[in-house]
Design a protein around this ligand. Structure first.
Ligand code: HAM
Length: 433
């Protein structure tokens, strides 16, 4: 193995990032918004471990999916467990639903989750090896209302984050009753056009025929256009489910397009699948076009391996880095931080010792206070206060610390008064009311 240089070692691994404070504000603002909307609609926050047994994913996502075939970060523990850094959340949530006996609770169980996921993909625009998702799952509900509700809530979230325009793409990929006949027809059709499709598609015919519809290669587009559509093969149950879902989306005023080529990259889906893609605004970089902000669908067969029976469910998840990318390019302003009305200045060792108990009094009284422990001198600290246009400075020097007093300085007219340290919170509260 080639030895890495220090420069290489101090960089995060490829496709992964440090999240600096400025960037963190975006994550917090997004999660705050999503959590509050999800909670309003009855979702409970939930967390699963970052590591899972490998079978949780190999048995549910599909052996021939990109994730299982080439993208999982796997490791063997000293105890010989074969674990995986979670590449997605739905299979883990279903595992946890089963292992925590949530099927015995009133159904459906509605859960929200967030955090990092890991896929060993080729890093490119909007595609990383560690990325964060916010997801929603409704488990134990087979009715189409749940499908429409999930899509509606995701649309609300995007609207409230101010990153329109976007388009909701929906499709139905049938279920175990009707999909095999469609798959057969699709394979027969593609076999007739082998000379006009790319190398990957030729192997998809054998391994994962539905993904033929997903191919973005120029060469395959003509063949794809004329390919048979799942819609014509849906059984009565799937047809009704899809029709109801669309009718509900109409009633919920969610505009959508039916996208016959939307199949999604994971095998556990049945019936409804959806993605929300960005549209470009006039004058924007093409870069923002058709970026998948969110994807999901119904997965009524996912639990079979884990529970030996079907447990219906539907859900989806947002890619947070992609949302941040759009927010930045569309110059969405974050809520400004609450500006403090007080700046705490401490000079000398005795004052430093008393500073934390005093700051605690302010915190408990709900007063936001600016301060700089790094700067020692009076004028440096006062400069910081006036730069931030903070109206009052509280000055605690050596003398004040010994006498149990503190100085209040009005930063606009520079007047000062010395007050008892015990009374400072009450006095200052009246001043900044
Ligand atoms: P997914 O489509 O693989 O679905 O991922 C959902 C979203 O995560 C994507 O639309 C995208 O925004 C983001 N995403 C995926 N991979 C990356 C990456 N490498 N870098 C940055 N962002 C990425 C799932 O993961 C399903 N578990 C969704 C679901 C929940 N289905 C039902 N419930």
């Amino acid at each position: 193995m080639q030895k890495k240089t220090i420069k290489e070692i101090i960089r995060p691994p490829k496709g992964m990032h440090d999240i600096l404070p400025e960037e963190h504000r975006f994550y917090n603002a997004i999660y705050e918004k999503m959590d509050s909307i999800a909670e309003y609609y009855g979702f409970k926050q939930f967390q699963t471990p970052y590591l899972e047994h490998i079978e949780i994913f190999t048995s549910t996502l599909g052996e021939t999916t990109d994730i299982v075939e080439k993208e999982m970060y796997t490791l063997k523990t000293k105890g010989k467990d074969h674990l995986v850094l979670r590449p997605e959340g739905t299979a883990s949530i279903m595992r946890a639903y089963i292992s925590n006996g949530m099927h015995t609770k009133p159904q459906p169980v509605m859960l929200s989750y967030k955090g990092s996921f890991f896929r060993h993909e080729k890093p490119q625009k909007g595609r990383f090896r560690e990325f964060q998702q916010f997801g929603l799952e409704i488990i134990g509900e087979e009715k189409s209302f749940a499908d429409a509700l999930i899509i509606k809530i995701f649309s609300i979230m995007i609207e409230e984050l101010g990153i329109e325009p976007f388009t909701v793409h929906v499709n139905s990929i049938g279920d175990k009753e009707c999909r095999p006949a469609y798959r057969k027809e699709l394979v027969a059709y593609y076999r007739k056009h082998l000379n006009y499709i790319c190398k990957d598609c030729r192997s998809r015919i054998k391994t994962n025929p539905l993904r033929l519809l997903d191919c973005k290669e120029e060469k395959c587009q003509e063949v794809k256009k004329e390919a048979p559509q799942m819609m014509e093969f849906l059984c009565t149950g799937c047809q009704t489910h899809f029709k109801e879902t669309l009718e509900m989306l109409d009633s919920f005023e969610v505009p959508y397009i039916i996208d016959h080529t939307l199949v999604r990259g994971l095998d556990y889906y049945t019936r409804t699948v959806f993605e929300i893609l960005t549209d470009v605004k006039k004058g924007e970089e093409e870069d923002l076009s058709k970026l998948a902000l969110c994807g999901g669908g119904r997965y009524d067969g996912l639990a079979k391996f884990l529970a030996k029976k079907d447990i219906p469910g539907v859900g989806g998840s947002f890619g947070i880095e992609r949302i941040i990318k759009v927010m930045k390019e569309r110059k969405v302003k974050l809520k400004p931080k609450k500006k403090p009305k007080l700046f705490f200045v401490q000079i000398g060792q005795a004052a430093k010792l008393k500073s934390i108990p005093m700051l605690e009094q302010f915190r408990k009284a709900g007063l936001a206070v600016g301060q700089s422990f790094g700067k020692g001198g009076l004028s440096d600290q006062l400069k910081l206060a006036s730069k931030q246009k903070i109206p009052y400075a509280i000055i605690l020097g050596q003398k004040e610390a010994l006498e149990g007093t503190v100085i209040i300085r009005n930063m606009e007219n520079y007047s000062q008064e010395t007050v008892s340290a015990d009374k400072i919170v009450d006095i200052i509260k009246k001043k900044i009311k």
